[in-house]
Design a protein around this ligand. Structure first.
Ligand code: UDP
Length: 487
């Protein structure tokens, strides 16, 4: 009886990630951290992603160690052959919403077997906050994008009110005002791409962002994947707007550190939706220290044939060895790229190695890697910082544009190639990153890496913030009579 009482008093957290590689990754890391703190966790995944995850990772056996963890799957409402790439992002979001709303309403009702104490949902799922508030279940928003970009988002209403947005004229290098802590830092071209549209209000991305920022003050808390020493000034600004903000990153380092403290060695922690090609590590094993640049544009970005060719020629001309990830669905506009790829692979033999998906964290940790040519996705950026690898940034969407500016101008750990795709620039930047500027950037990024490590160790700020988040969740008890949660 006592045991049963104990069981029911353990909070049950429902985690609802955006069904993308990067977000599922971060949310699974958070799920495991919560399991290690003895919370009950239900992780909602789409059927499509769950199948891919089970096919390519050991996620099943990894989470079997936590009897209080379960996966639940729902349909994303899309057909199996839907490409689900960045070009159809709007489809994914709207289709999933129609499936997720009734599902969440049922999950948060009193009648379910394991009542939910709290929901942790991606910031883009603004409707989760509405449903939670209606049902009396607190929702903690997890914004997996870069917190500095979230701060830009939060300032957008101010920019509109002040008449700054929409921008007048075409000067993309003009500095943007009205974003505290970023004055003199961001140019127009560094803002999320929809800010540069005249009709930004009708853009689906911007509509989603405005709904998201409206809901943040209505959520119970805000989780961010960063650490204080990296984004302190922006975190202070976010906290002035929403005090209950938990900066608990870098999440994968936080998890790795916690697992290392346990007696049993941690299992490999891949959450890949594609099969990782480990021949990339074998190839790196025979290269000399710091000699290779790793090239990857993440899990979503699509690139045209011409752009790929500019990178390819630039890399070859630099004479720097490279390891390049080209996903099967990387080509803009879709279509098969087998022939094209075969030619690229043949043409770079001896200097470059191309794979369709790599074990990125292992790659970045490899001693042969000296730099990273990246699209500035937030996870890639954090992973590069942790491994002390300077970056060349070629951003496209949303937070990537802000992050690349910070990499270059704020943290000073790399170069920003935003809005340029030219083989001569690629060649020059690769030579600079791996040659003339190498020592300067390496010294600075290694300092940040040390600070990241300190932040997740006992007594560090991310370590403490995670404990505060767990205490906060443990303090939420659900009253069974009316389904509402006491806070
Ligand atoms: N990634 C990987 N192998 C690859 C390319 C990417 O494991 O070949 C992982 C990478 O480590 C990161 C995620 O995919 O955790 C990409 O997330 P990010 O936020 O950088 O970009 P997004 O894919 O969301 O644009």
């Amino acid at each position: 009886m006592e045991h049963q009482q104990e069981e029911t008093s353990i909070p049950h957290v429902l985690i609802f990630p955006l069904p993308l590689q990067s977000t599922s990754n971060s949310m699974l890391q958070l799920a495991e951290l919560l399991c290690l703190a003895d919370l009950k966790v239900t992780f909602i995944n789409t059927n499509h992603n769950q199948q891919r995850l089970l096919r390519h990772t050991n996620v099943q056996s990894r989470f079997e160690q936590y009897p209080s963890f379960q996966f639940l799957t729902i349909s994303d409402g899309l057909s199996e052959d839907h490409p689900r790439s960045a070009e159809q992002f709007g489809d994914i979001i709207s289709s999933l919403q129609t499936m997720a709303e009734p599902f969440l309403k049922e999950m948060l009702s009193d009648v379910v077997e394991k009542p939910v104490t709290c929901v942790i949902a991606d910031g883009l799922f603004y409707y989760a906050v509405d449903i939670g508030n209606e049902k009396g279940v607190p929702v903690i928003t997890f914004d997996t994008i870069s917190p500095s970009c979230l701060w830009v988002y939060l300032c957008l209403p101010k920019l509109i009110e002040a008449g700054v947005l929409p921008f007048k004229g075409n000067d993309l290098d003009a500095l943007v005002t009205h974003i505290p802590a970023m004055e003199g830092l961001l140019r127009r071209r560094d803002l999320p791409h929809f800010c540069l549209l005249d009709d930004y209000k009708t853009d689906l991305n911007s509509q989603a962002v405005f709904k998201e920022i409206e809901r943040i003050p209505k959520a119970h808390g805000l989780i961010l994947n960063t650490f204080e020493d990296l984004e302190g000034p922006f975190l202070s600004c976010i906290r002035s707007y929403f005090p209950k903000t938990y900066a608990i990153g870098p999440l994968h380092l936080n998890l790795k550190t916690k697992l290392a403290v346990k007696a049993t060695p941690p299992l490999s922690s891949s959450n890949s939706l594609w099969e990782e090609d480990h021949t990339s590590i074998k190839w790196l094993d025979v290269q000399s220290k710091g000699s290779v640049i790793y090239v990857s544009f993440g899990s979503l970005a699509v690139v045209s044939r011409n752009e790929i060719l500019e990178f390819w020629h630039g890399l070859l001309n630099s004479k720097v060895k490279f390891l390049w990830v080209m996903r099967p669905n990387i080509l803009k506009g879709g279509g098969s790229h087998d022939e094209f790829m075969k030619e690229l692979v043949e043409g770079c033999k001896g200097i470059g190695y191309i794979v369709s998906w790599a074990p990125q964290k292992m790659v970045l940790a490899h001693q042969s890697i000296g730099g990273f040519l990246t699209h500035s996705g937030w996870n890639s950026t954090l992973e590069s910082i942790i491994e002390g690898k300077p970056m060349i940034c070629w951003p496209q969407y949303v937070d990537q544009r802000v992050t690349s500016r910070l990499v270059n101008e704020f943290w000073k750990v790399g170069l920003d190639m935003k809005d340029i795709c030219d083989r001569y620039v690629v060649e020059k930047m690769v030579k600079d990153l791996m040659g003339t500027k190498k020592d300067e950037y390496k010294k600075t990024i290694e300092k940040l890496s040390e600070l990241a490590i300190i932040s997740v160790q006992e007594g560090g700020l991310s370590y403490n913030n995670l404990n505060c988040l767990i205490d906060d969740i443990k303090g939420l008890t659900r009253s069974t009579e009316n389904g509402s949660v006491k806070m």
